[in-house]
Design a binder for this molecule. Structure first.
Ligand SMILES: [Zn+2]
Length: 437
């Protein structure tokens, strides 16, 4: 039966509205607007659900996650005594160790726990960048997509819609060296192997509106030059989102310059990878020219600021993307913490510390520049665009993946409805928003 949801406040991505309702039919948003309009559009035979004291908005979209990395959250917060450093590369050793040890049932258990924490924190759907494909000794499972399947099952068991971004991983380093023994679980032998596995996943999960599939060439370190064009074409033909890690580390940029004479984004542009379906994950170390190439192609970037600060990657240059009109989405990546509101404020807050000023990124609203509405859209609509699921939007036709927020929580004490986005952006915390089921 169609339902009419009637909270105290509706955040539609632009403003907080009093007296509005949301109509839901068959799991999709059918109407958003003043209650009488929504009631008229839905017609008779509607179940009205009052959400007193609550605000309703599109659920935050976690556009970049590696669920199994949740297992090493507490294990990597140290460095060797003496002069040795701890950085992304030393963290990666720990990650490889856990990746090598997981049996399918371990992967299911860890993923389920991670997705349950993610959902409870307020994330309402996830883009799972999944690169564990083979047995610990590098053989194919009888079911070639067993581990992808396990991760999808884990998300579905806790009620979290998932876009499984099937990762392609074939080399160790920009020079195209063969994968190392500890990377053999990630290995894909050919573009055809990846596409055939994606087809299996798509048909196996076609019945479930909470499961989507995408394509994720892991990085320029892990995918040979000759494969990129073919993968980008396949994403176009099959209408898949295309995601890749790009320039998270200076070492990757230097290796690319040394071997290709180009920076990573320049090289990907030459290979025909950049388009409106492409999302560059991290994009931490980029030049103005690279920002311009992403903007020109209509591509997006995904910041994972809690992970980037944990790994010491560098500050996400959100202001440069913002000024060039490149949309920014967000991801929890290594699961150092799970909190959509923390993730959405960090890009702005990190830049305040760098530039010693406030409201670095924002949009003009009358005589003010506000940063919070845009940060909320980064956590919702832009993430949905990156995964091509339609999630993160409160508009007719979008999946009804919604969260409600308790307006009686101390976070909102003394605030005005017009400050809803600001209060959520500066003081929101994990658990404040609850998925609507
Ligand atoms: Zn990642």
């Amino acid at each position: 039966m169609p339902s009419l949801l009637r909270p105290d406040l509706v955040w539609d991505g632009a403003a907080a509205h009093d007296g509005w309702a949301v109509g839901v039919v068959d799991g999709r948003v059918a109407a958003v607007g003043p209650e009488s309009d929504v009631a008229r559009i839905l017609g008779p035979g509607v179940a009205t659900r009052r959400l007193d004291g609550r605000a309703l908005l599109a659920a935050p979209v976690n556009a970049h996650s590696h669920a199994f990395q949740r297992a090493i959250r507490g294990r990597t917060q140290w460095r060797p005594a003496g002069d040795d450093v701890s950085d992304f590369w030393t963290w990666r050793e720990e990650m490889y160790e856990v990746a090598a040890s997981l049996e399918p049932e371990d992967l299911f258990r860890i993923s389920r726990a991670c997705f349950a924490e993610m959902r409870a924190a307020g994330w309402g759907s996830v883009g799972e960048f999944h690169y564990l494909h083979r047995t610990p000794d590098g053989r194919r499972y009888d079911d070639p997509v067993l581990l992808s399947h396990v991760v999808i099952e884990a998300a579905r068991e806790v009620g979290l819609p998932i876009c499984l971004l099937y990762a392609v991983y074939a080399t160790a380093g920009v020079a195209g060296d063969p994968v190392e023994p500890r990377q053999r679980r990630f290995r894909t032998d050919s573009v055809d192997e990846a596409l055939s596995n994606i087809e299996i996943l798509r048909s196996r999960w076609a019945h479930d509106p909470g499961v989507d599939v995408g394509l994720a060439p892991h990085s320029i370190r892990a995918v040979p030059a000759a494969w990129w064009g073919e993968l980008a074409d396949a994403a176009e033909t099959l209408d898949l989102p295309l995601h890749a890690h790009v320039s998270e580390q200076r070492a990757e940029v230097e290796a690319c310059l040394a071997l290709r004479g180009k920076r990573p984004v320049e090289w990907l542009a030459d290979l025909g990878v950049l388009s409106e379906r492409f999302t560059a994950i991290h994009a931490t170390h980029v030049t103005a020219g690279e920002v311009g190439l992403l903007a020109e192609a209509g591509a997006r970037v995904c910041a994972c600021p809690s992970t980037e600060r944990d790994l010491g990657d560098g500050v996400f240059p959100g202001d440069r993307f913002h000024d060039a009109g490149v949309p920014i989405c967000l991801g929890s990546d290594s699961q150092t913490l799970l909190d959509p509101w923390e993730e959405l404020r960090l890009p702005e807050y990190h830049l305040r510390l760098v530039h010693e000023r406030r409201v670095v990124m924002g949009e003009t609203d009358g005589d003010r520049v506000r940063w919070a509405p845009q940060a909320l859209r980064a956590a919702t609509a832009v993430g949905g665009d990156a995964l091509r699921t339609g999630g993160g939007r409160l508009e007719p036709g979008a999946p009804a993946w919604l969260v409600s927020v308790d307006l009686e929580h101390p976070v909102f004490e003394g605030g005005r409805p017009s400050e809803f986005a600001e209060l959520l952006a500066v003081a929101g915390r994990a658990g404040l928003a609850e998925p609507l089921s």
